[in-house]
Each structure stands twice: as structure tokens, then as C-alpha cells.
Design a binder for this molecule. Structure first.
Ligand SMILES: [Zn+2]
Length: 499
């Protein structure tokens, strides 16, 4: 018995060794393309986010005094006028404190209380930071959250006397909106940003519907809505971020801007863009109905797979700050606010680069990469430098730039491109060879980064990386030569007999 087990054990050891070496190579590659972005305004905004500010807002908005929280507010259930007014005042005050102009929109919704129709006045609180672009080019970017709450899933709950703390749903979203105002106030943005706190969401999206209908009627040039609803619950160790975009290509583009921000700024989140199965059960959907591009930013719900980490305290009196995952909450807010900042386009130089290469390479082959770069911003970029870091197995040969090469040590090449004025764009071709002896590698990669003096507006488009698989000739041709052989066998022995 024993000797017969040696062979499988040896095989297992071999597989383990291969996997280990593969992992080492992967690790080495990660280090080689270390995530260092040039300083940027969007990066600054993301780094300046304050988890303490976020938590303080949630604390002030939720109402469950028995737990000793810092709030003095009443319940934010929609038909509780006093509690709602207190919350609206808090939001208004916070926005004004950050130098944002505040307006309110009021409207009446009728509901039945004690067998009587009662009209309740609901209030949207809207902060505005005016953009600096000429009016004809100036769009409106909205970051929104509903500030009302409910605890209707708690058995026997009575809204008049019992709390509806709504910490995750949706004090977290309101906190992100208020933090966005703090981080963006005083900055020069091309587009106008509106910080919107909507009322009456839980009774049928009343506040956002009112806003979207008014916006359509007045011809407001809304270019993006980032609606934040429930961004604080995470319990399964997988920090998923659902982005509900629906099927409108403009909304899908917004979702991709968010995904790109998460990746470029190295946020600890797994974004998932939802199109076909996107929900319409939050404040983004009235904007869809009025033809505006909009997305919903939300934690891992039970609406789509592959995981379901939905908040079990949702719409109960237990939805309180102590259930919030604070690290995750901050990352979600960073993702939303970073994206809003990018969409609003800070004024200044905005360098970008895109690198492209072949779909696959072979050992010993000469390959070409194209580098396209430019300045998409509103101010010149001075002393622009482009660097291309080639992975193991890839060796620089020449390029068509005509630009001064500052150095090419090891696997890094650096070009001095001079000053780029707004609207400038250009590109060139880099020729490199794949080492014939790079036997242990399964792919090669190049990582290009562009940077100039001072602060770029958005670093997410300053880095472009291509990874190209190495194909061995025998792997391509051997299966092709086996196929006819199999056909031949099948003809000779009859179908099925060779299996
Ligand atoms: Zn909600």
C-alpha cells in the first residue's frame, strides 16, 4: 500500500511547488508595478475624508437614545413632522457651515392617520456649489441620499412613539453627502455640484421624484446623479460595492467611472456593476424616468449575486451605529465622493495616458506598444514626464517619440515631453523584445505613468497598464494537430468508440 502512494504525493508536491513559484512571480510583479500615483486633487479629496465626521453625522441623525448616542433628534419617519424638521435643520446647518448655498424644496404628501387624510409637508434640502465653466458647458452633478427612515419591519412598531434610527438606511448616505460638501467646498470645479438630502423616500421616492420632475421642467443640465443609500453594513469579509446602473449607456459610463476610481485609488472594495437586474427602489430611479444618467451606490444586497450580505437590521429599530462596519463605511464614502469629484472636473491640468499592446506574444518576439497621452484639463501642465516600467522578460529597444530620454535603467524608460497646454494630445510607438529565455514567465506587462509639475486634477487616468500573455508555439499548434487525428480515429472506429 505505502509505496504506491509515493507517486501521487510527489505529484502533489510538484503542483504545490509550481503554484508557489507562480505566486512568487505574481508577488514580484505586484512590487514592480507598485501603486504610486502622482499627487492629484481627487486623490487629495479621497485622502482627506474623515471617518470621525461620517460617524458623527450618523450619530446625530439616528434616534435611539437608550443606547446613549449623541443625537437629540426625533425619529425621521416621514409623518413625524418635528423629527424630520430637526433632521432637515441639522443637514441645512452642516451644509451652510461648509460654505455651500442651501435651498429647500417643499411639497405635500397625503396619508391616512387615525382614519383621516392628513397632508404632511415634506422638505428636500439642497446645497449647491456653483461650477466655474461657462454656462453653456456647465453641467450639474448631484450627490444624493434620503434622510427619512422607517422601522416598519419591527413587529408591532408604532411610528408615533418608537424610534426609526435608520443608521445604515440612510444616515450613512446623508453622512457621505455632508462629507462631500466639506471636502469639495472652496474648490474650483468646472461643473456645479448639488448636495441633495431627499425626503419621503421610504413612502415611494417622493422627494427625488419631486426634484427630478422639477429639474426636467426647468431644463436643468444634470450630467450625473450619484445616489448613496446604505453604505455601512459589511459582515462577511468581502467588501462588495454594488453599483446599480440599469441599461442606459450614460448611466453605465458613470458606473465605470466609479469602478475605475476604486481601482486607481486602491480602495478596499469589490465593485460590481448591475445593469439588467438593477433595482429601481431608491432615489436614482426618478432621475432615470426623467431621462437623466444616474447610479445607485449600495452595499452587498440580496438583489444580485454572487454574495448576499444584506443588513439584517434593515428597516428595524435595531439599525443603529454600533452595527456599522466603520472601515467599510469610509471606503464606500471615499468611492462615492471621489467619483463625484472626478465627474465635477476640478480645474487645473489633467494629464492622461493610455497604453496598448498586442493580444499575445511569443518568446523571442519583437512587439510594439502605442502610448497615447494628452492634457484634458483647463490649465497647462509643465515639465511633463512619461515613464514606462517593463516587467521581467520584456526589454526596451527603441521608440518613435523623438523626445529626450532621461534614462533607461533596468526596465524603466523615461521621456521628457515638455509642457502640454490644455487640449494637447499626441502619441508614439515603443518597440521591445520578449526574452527568448524567459521560460518561467506566463505573461509580460508594461505600466505607463504620466506626471508634471504640481498637482494634476485626477490621477485615475495618469496610469495605464497592459498585461500580455506569452503563448508557446506548441500550446497553440499541438491541440490543432491533435484535432484532425481525433477526427481520423472517429472515422476509423465509429463515433463514441474512442471515449
Ligand atoms: Zn434607503
Amino acid at each position: 500500500m505505502r509505496p504506491r502512494r509515493i507517486l501521487p504525493a510527489l505529484l502533489l508536491a510538484l503542483i504545490a511547488l509550481t503554484v508557489w513559484i507562480g505566486a512568487l512571480q505574481l508577488g514580484a510583479d505586484r512590487v514592480a508595478s507598485a501603486p504610486s500615483l502622482p499627487p492629484s486633487i481627487v486623490g487629495q479629496v479621497i485622502e482627506s475624508l474623515s471617518p470621525a465626521e461620517l460617524e458623527a453625522h450618523v450619530c446625530h441623525l439616528q434616534d435611539k437614545d437608550a443606547l446613549g448616542y449623541c443625537n437629540t433628534q426625533g425619529t425621521r419617519f416621514s409623518w413625524n413632522a418635528a423629527g424630520l424638521q430637526e433632521a432637515a435643520n441639522y443637514i441645512d446647518h452642516q451644509l451652510q457651515e461648509h460654505g455651500v448655498t442651501v435651498t429647500t424644496q417643499t411639497f405635500t404628501r397625503t396619508h391616512i392617520a387615525s382614519d383621516q387624510d392628513v397632508g404632511t409637508v415634506l422638505t428636500n434640502v439642497i446645497g449647491t456649489l456653483e461650477g466655474i465653466a461657462p454656462p453653456i458647458d456647465r453641467g450639474v452633478v448631484i450627490v444624493s441620499a434620503h434622510y427619512d427612515s422607517t422601522a416598519s419591519r419591527t413587529r408591532g412598531w408604532t411610528p408615533e412613539t418608537e424610534p426609526a434610527p435608520g443608521a445604515d438606511d440612510n444616515a450613512t448616505g446623508v453622512a457621505a453627502v455632508l462629507e462631500a460638501a466639506r471636502l469639495l467646498s472652496g474648490r474650483c470645479l468646472r461643473h456645479t455640484v448639488r448636495f441633495a438630502a431627499f425626503a419621503g423616500e421610504e413612502q415611494g421616492l417622493h422627494g427625488s421624484r419631486h426634484y427630478a420632475e422639477q429639474a426636467r421642467a426647468t431644463g436643468e443640465n444634470i450630467i450625473a446623479v450619484v445616489n448613496v443609500d446604505m453604505i455601512g453594513y459589511e459582515s462577511d469579509g468581502e467588501p462588495r460595492l454594488e453599483i446599480h446602473a440599469g441599461l442606459d449607456p450614460r448611466s453605465i459610463t458613470l458606473a465605470h467611472t466609479l469602478t475605475e476610481s476604486v481601482q486607481a485609488y486602491h480602495l478596499d472594495l469589490s465593485p460590481q456593476v448591475v445593469t439588467q437586474r438593477a433595482t429601481d427602489l431608491s432615489d436614482h430611479s426618478p432621475f432615470w424616468k426623467q431621462g437623466f444618467p444616474a447610479i445607485l451606490v449600495i452595499e452587498d444586497t440580496d438583489l444580485v449575486g454572487p454574495t448576499n450580505d444584506f443588513n439584517p437590521y434593515y428597516h428595524t429599530i435595531e439599525d443603529t451605529l454600533d452595527k456599522i462596519n466603520r472601515g467599510y463605511f469610509s471606503e464606500m464614502a471615499r468611492a462615492a465622493i471621489g467619483t463625484v469629484t472626478r465627474l465635477a472636473q476640478p480645474a487645473g491640468p489633467d494629464l492622461r495616458v493610455v497604453q496598448q499592446g498586442p493580444a499575445m506574444v511569443r518568446r523571442g518576439q519583437t512587439v510594439t506598444f502605442t502610448l497615447a497621452y494628452g492634457n484634458n484639463g483647463t490649465a497647462p501642465a509643465d515639465n511633463v514626464v512619461l515613464t514606462d516600467t517593463l516587467s521581467h522578460g520584456l526589454v526596451y529597444q527603441s521608440d518613435s517619440s523623438g523626445a529626450a530620454r532621461a534614462f533607461d535603467v533596468g526596465n524603466q524608460v523615461m521621456w521628457e515631453l515638455g509642457d502640454l497646454v490644455p487640449g494637447d494630445s499626441s502619441g508614439f510607438v515603443v518597440t521591445a523584445t520578449v526574452l527568448a529565455e524567459a521560460q518561467s514567465l506566463t505573461s509580460v506587462s508594461g505600466r505607463t505613468m504620466i506626471a508634471g509639475d504640481g498637482l494634476d486634477t485626477d490621477a485615475a487616468d495618469n496610469v495605464s497598464r497592459v498585461e500580455i500573455p506569452i503563448h508557446d508555439l506548441w500550446k497553440v499548434y499541438l491541440p490543432l494537430s491533435i484535432m484532425p487525428l481525433r477526427g481520423e480515429l472517429r472515422r476509423r472506429w465509429g463515433a463514441g468508440s474512442v471515449y
